[in-house]
Design a binder for this molecule. Sequence first.
Ligand SMILES: O=C(CO)[C@H](O)[C@H](O)COP(=O)(O)O
Length: 210
Amino acid sequence: MKLQLAIDLLNKEEAAKLAQQVEEYVDIVEIGTPIVINEGLGAVELLSQSVKDVQVLADLKIMDAAGYEVSQAIKFGADIVTILGVAEDASIKGAVEEAHKNGKELLVDMIAVQDLEKRAKELDALGADYIAVHTGYDLQAEGESPLESLRKVKSVIKQSKVAVAGGITPETIKSVADENPDLIIVGGGIANAEDPKAAAKLCRDIIEGK
Ligand SMILES: O=C(CO)[C@H](O)[C@H](O)COP(=O)(O)O
């Protein structure tokens, strides 16, 4: 089971510094959508130059022109790029093809997908590397959690890896890890902690059953 830190609410220099503090405890560091919107793909580039043994994910949440957007993120140092599950199949195909041509991976974010099982089966067949169930900030504010969605998606996919995101913290990660996803994504639960390094270590220890 892999652990990913999502960094959403800092500038690119602060993001790179935070990634360096926690990199020994995580497998993937993410430049979140708000940073990309604020600062562009230069934030992905700086992060990829600042860390050593972790993968870099660019959370572009692509919706169209997918092959081109994936190629740009990869040019700036991304190992994994995100696209929305509600995008057209043609976009998903273009994104998968571009990522795989470059030896990189595609994560499909299921935010706002209504029929999770049906779309997960389709995305699995289209070659998505990860299918990520995700309770976004706006639904977290209404008290939603991604656990039920995780169970649904896990029950139908054959090839893709399953990821889960949305309000997970060191206090709640055990209940998520018990569902055995391939990747757990934690943002504010680490980034906003008083001691992010200690929070990342705690998450790592818990998913390793320590
Ligand atoms: O993509 C995101 C928001 O759209 C976040 O990166 C994701 O939800 C993880 O952050 P958090 O753990 O704070 O919810």
